[in-house]
Design a protein around this ligand. Structure first.
Ligand code: GAL
Length: 652
């Protein structure tokens, strides 16, 4: 089997031959090759074209499409088409459909309308995966596979009825063994929620009065995550057997949060993700000011994008990842979808490389004439004229980007259990896990520091100079013992809400920090959820510098630690806001300036160089090359050098 170039960045494109007349395929493939693209991703939504009727297959079009690309020198990334069960299949097996939180069964007419727990649908997926793998699994130019498409995206990770509702009690029985254990873990003594039979347990939707039991909801999230894992694993097994020596990957989404990526990605060869910087800014960055959103409206916010790169590099412990879909013009799915600035497509491609991407795949080749994504752009416009992204790709030389290692010295700890637990009871309408996490991530990126995003359990694999745990709210025995060990050789900075809950989602009898009390040397005094009009002032005890905190503040009783910062007024006046014991600090308040200042001190202590970067200018190091990226539309001067607007510059 031939493969892609292993030494430098590869670029490719997502294409849909089934959307255009066959006499255009050859022209497209030739143009793609001329543009420097080396591979195409195909067929992720093509089930109805491959199997138009139950058991009746039409391979001719796909055989001919593959042959056309291959004849022009392109390699193929083939997909399993399971994100789009066809109409005949849904009609035959209506119970595969997912049920939403309002109890309504999804209808056919879009995509991802299935329940991952459905044994019937899993069987059908195994069948179509077997057929497509038999057909192309040994094809010399099919270099690898993408499973499904964006698992769990657009709210489809969770189904609240049908197969999921049936399987949930069985999953719980395997987890807890006895109902006594479950009742205890969920705190069912509260509001008379005790269960006396497994069959009484339902998904946590449509409960009367406010929220469902958060421990039940946390377990439901874990359950749905396991269903996705099992669902994908079936496909991986088929592909491994019928298509040996080809890679298997999956294209995950921006800020994936519906399932545990560390688990779901474990049997993939590497991970891929789909990068839409502008859509992401409009859609996810609820915490960014309008001013910032306007500044980065045409480039995306550098940290939102690079955070996802770092996350996906970390998911497989530092392995190179792919961008399986790279925005190359305007998108269609955000509330506003501005045109990217000139140079943005090149900047995004270079940025992805600098954070560890080995391949960047533009979405999509030609804009669609039809259906849901008519308003989305491609490298070509609907009528076949080159769009703006095309010219940028043409002028871009991927061979200048060598595939060396990203070697970050700082780790940020991230985990899905903390994310779910945090977001189930944020206790402040303007806060969520990502918001808090990104305050720490951005503080480090503004100081020019490269970071790995890793699961706490990965701490045993690599020695870091500094570990930061921005929102590690759910603490297990295992994580605690890893942290206790890690702290012997490495400074650690914890953020607010650290170790507030145990695995069950409950607070420990000894309160916050139970498993790591020795390490931090403090106890929680109070937490304070601030409405937008309230602020807290925090004073550094050494330097008399003041910082302003918003949204969330915690105060601590110090035992074996010292208070390095205290609250100056309000109900927590005089109490510790930041503490330190040996090399372990805890930051209890959400203040950009405070977080940056404590991190800077910790970085200095760890011997890591920091810079004061202008807004929108970022540094990322891969191998010996530092990539300076300017996400501002105007030129920026830094250290005596002027960096043009929307540009990248390599420094050796
Ligand atoms: C992705 C998806 C693609 C397409 C694209 C549009 O999330 O995987 O199929 O819908 O968004 O931006």
């Amino acid at each position: 089997m031939s493969t892609l170039n292993n030494d430098t960045l590869n670029i490719g494109v997502c294409d849909y031959p089934e959307h255009v007349p066959q006499n255009e395929w050859g022209v497209h493939a030739e143009q793609q090759r001329a543009l420097g693209l080396t591979y195409v991703r195909l067929a992720e939504f093509s089930w109805a074209k491959i199997e138009p009727k139950d058991g009746v297959f039409d391979w001719q079009w796909l055989d001919e499409a593959v042959a056309t690309y291959v004849a022009k020198g392109l390699k193929i990334v083939m997909c399993t088409p399971t994100a789009t069960p066809p109409a005949w299949l849904v009609k035959k097996f209506p119970h595969i459909l997912a049920v939403d939180a309002q109890g309504q069964t999804m209808r056919f007419g879009s995509r991802r309308h299935y329940d991952h727990a459905s044994e019937t649908y899993r069987k059908e997926c195994k069948r179509i995966t077997t057929e497509i793998a038999k057909r192309y699994g040994q094809h010399a130019d099919v270099i690898g596979w993408q499973t499904d498409n964006e698992l769990g995206h657009e709210g489809t990770a969770v189904s609240y009825g049908g197969a999921s509702a049936e399987r949930f009690p069985k999953w719980l029985e395997a987890r807890y063994q006895t109902l006594e254990a479950l009742n205890e873990a969920w705190g069912c003594a509260f509001w008379s929620q005790d269960y006396s039979d497994w069959s009484q347990i339902c998904p946590p939707n449509l409960t009367a009065v406010r929220q469902p039991n958060p421990s039940q909801a946390l377990d439901y999230q874990r359950f749905c995550s396991d269903m996705i894992d099992e669902f994908q694993q079936l496909q991986i097994e088929v592909l491994r057997a019928l298509s040996p020596d080809r890679f298997i990957t999956h294209n995950f989404v921006i800020f994936a949060q519906e399932f545990d990526l560390y688990k779901v990605a474990k049997n993939l060869d590497f991970v891929a993700w789909d990068s839409y910087p502008i859509g992401m800014l409009e859609f996810f960055a609820t915490w960014e000011s309008e001013e910032t959103k306007t500044e980065f409206a045409r480039t995306g916010h550098p940290d939102l994008v690079s955070f996802n790169h770092d996350l996906y590099r970390g998911i497989k412990g530092g392995k190179d990842f792919w961008i399986m879909e790279q925005q190359c013009g305007h998108a269609n799915w955000a509330q506003y979808n501005p045109l990217p600035a000139k140079g943005a497509v090149q900047l995004w491609t270079a940025q992805a490389w600098a954070h560890g991407a080995s391949c960047v795949t533009y979405f999509r080749w030609r804009a669609s004439h039809m259906a849901q994504e008519i308003m989305h752009s491609g490298l070509l416009q609907q009528d076949g004229r080159a769009d703006r992204g095309y010219q940028e790709v043409k002028d871009f030389d991927p061979s200048q980007f060598a595939l060396e290692k990203v070697d970050a010295k700082v780790a940020l700890l991230h985990d899905y259990n903390s994310l779910w637990a945090y977001n189930l009871q944020p206790h402040n309408k303007d806060l969520n896990y990502w918001h808090q996490f990104m305050m720490f991530y951005s503080a480090l990126r503004e100081l020019g520091v490269d970071v790995d995003i890793i699961h706490p359990e990965q701490l045993t694999d690599k020695q870091y100079a500094l570990v930061v745990a921005p929102a590690l709210t759910l603490m297990t025995d295992k994580t605690a013992s890893i942290l206790n060990l890690c702290a012997k050789s490495c400074p650690i900075v914890f953020g607010p809400r650290t170790a507030f809950r145990h695995d069950s989602g409950r607070v420990a009898n000894k309160g916050q920090f139970e498993f790591i009390e020795e390490l931090v040397g403090i106890k929680l005094a109070n937490f304070d959820s601030l409405r937008p009009t309230l602020e807290q002032t925090i004073r550094c005890t050494n330097h008399n510098t003041d910082f302003t905190a918003k949204l969330w503040c915690e105060s601590y009783e110090v035992n074996s630690a010292v208070a390095t910062h205290t609250y100056t007024h309000g109900p927590m006046a005089g109490l510790a806001a930041v503490t330190q014991k040996d090399k372990v600090s805890v930051i209890g308040a959400l203040s950009t300036g405070l977080i940056s200042s404590v991190l800077m001190e910790a970085l200095r202590g760890a011997g890591i160089e920091t810079y004061r970067l202008p807004k929108g200018l970022r540094l990322s190091k891969r191998g010996n090359t530092t990539l300076v990226q300017n996400f501002n539309q105007q030129a920026v001067e830094w250290q005596g050098v002027t960096y043009p607007g929307v540009s990248f510059t390599t420094l050796e």
